[in-house]
Design a protein around this ligand. Structure first.
Ligand code: AVI
Length: 331
């Protein structure tokens, strides 16, 4: 993994190979759009535009998870930091690190140098955030990593940290299937030392009356976020999607305990995608399943951790108990 030289002694930047990334996108699109239930992996939402749209989603009145987690971090940052101690903070899916700033401030107030290691799939947001944080925090040393960490949490071993706190916030674990979540936690636990901690931010189960509007907002920002994946296929893979011929769909799957997002074809159509050498047929109302967002109960979170060799030690909730911040130690 090459390290890009950026002239700042407090910043190191690790990059993943873009060629590999391109190949994977084409392969995943080919696999997903030729399956009986068409699907696309949600990680491809997060190109530059998608990441900006996600930031906008977080500001929507209907999208409570962001504010609920922010409330927890704003209220309990000092307590959480006391529990973590002075460990280097590694964050999977760091994005703009807006919420994490509460924790970073608690580190900064100690008045000693500390290490923050953000890992994100969006290179632009990662670079931008790293530079902003260097200006905002005089004590921070940043080692940033551009990586697709979802199937390989071991990428963080490249940081070569003796002890660490690993954070996975924003309920991003909810976008993994239950099997993927288990594997991700198990493999993360396997690379943790006895004094390391794992901090998980996860959305809790609640009524679909609250859940569905959070993923189908009145302003249509989530719809634009969902449809953006078609623009990305057009741009990067020579696709000929007309996004106006698709509509955003969000529903709560009670049996699975997840919100599902789909793109529904408004008409029968055939869409050529040059780079995968396919013409993809769609029936009227046929959907592409683009995301699942699993919601957990406290017991499910505890059990999932336990099976993955992580013991739940502390929990923090927002006032409405919509969201959970859970601290685990390896068993
Ligand atoms: C990033 N992830 C946790 C978001 C979620 O709530 O599942 C992604 C998202 N999709 C639609 N709105 C937000």
């Amino acid at each position: 993994m090459p390290t890009e030289a950026i002239p700042n002694e407090r910043l190191q930047f690790h990059c993943m190979d873009v060629q590999v990334h391109q190949h994977t996108f084409a392969q995943d699109v080919a696999d997903g759009l030729t399956a009986p239930q068409k699907w696309l992996p949600p990680k491809y939402f997060y190109d530059e535009r998608g990441s900006q749209l996600y930031e906008q989603i977080c500001a929507l009145p209907e999208y409570y998870p962001y504010r609920a987690e922010l409330e927890i971090l704003g209220t309990y940052a000092a307590e959480i930091h006391a529990e973590i101690g002075h460990l280097a903070l590694v964050e999977f899916g760091s994005g703009s690190a807006t919420k994490t700033r509460h924790l970073l401030s608690a580190y900064e107030w100690e008045g000693q140098p500390f290490r923050y290691c953000p890992v994100d799939i969006s290179r632009e947001i990662l670079q931008d955030t790293a530079h902003r944080l260097l200006q905002e925090y005089s004590q921070v040393e940043i080692r940033a990593m551009h990586a697709d960490f979802a199937g390989q949490p071991e990428v963080i071993q490249a940081f070569q940290l003796e002890k660490k706190a690993v954070a996975f916030l924003g309920s991003s674990l909810g976008n993994f299937t239950p099997v993927e979540s288990f594997e991700f936690l198990r493999r993360t636990a396997a690379i943790m030392g006895p004094e390391d901690v794992f901090l998980l931010g996860i959305d809790l189960k609640k009524s679909s009356v609250i859940l569905v509007p959070a993923y189908d907002d009145a302003q249509g920002v989530t719809a634009a976020f969902n449809l953006n994946i078609l623009y990305r296929i057009n741009r990067e893979l020579g696709g000929r999607f007309d996004p106006q011929r698709f509509e955003h769909l969000a529903l709560y799957n009670d049996e699975q305990g997840c919100i599902e997002m789909h793109l529904r074809s408004r008409q029968a159509q055939r869409v050529p995608i040059a780079k995968i050498e396919q013409v993809v047929p769609f029936g009227k109302d046929e959907t592409i399943h683009t995301e699942s967002s699993y919601k957990y109960s406290l017991d499910e979170v505890r059990d999932l951790g336990y099976q993955a060799n992580l013991v739940l030690r502390r929990t923090w909730f927002d006032a409405r108990r919509y969201f959970l911040l859970a601290l685990f130690r390896p068993s």
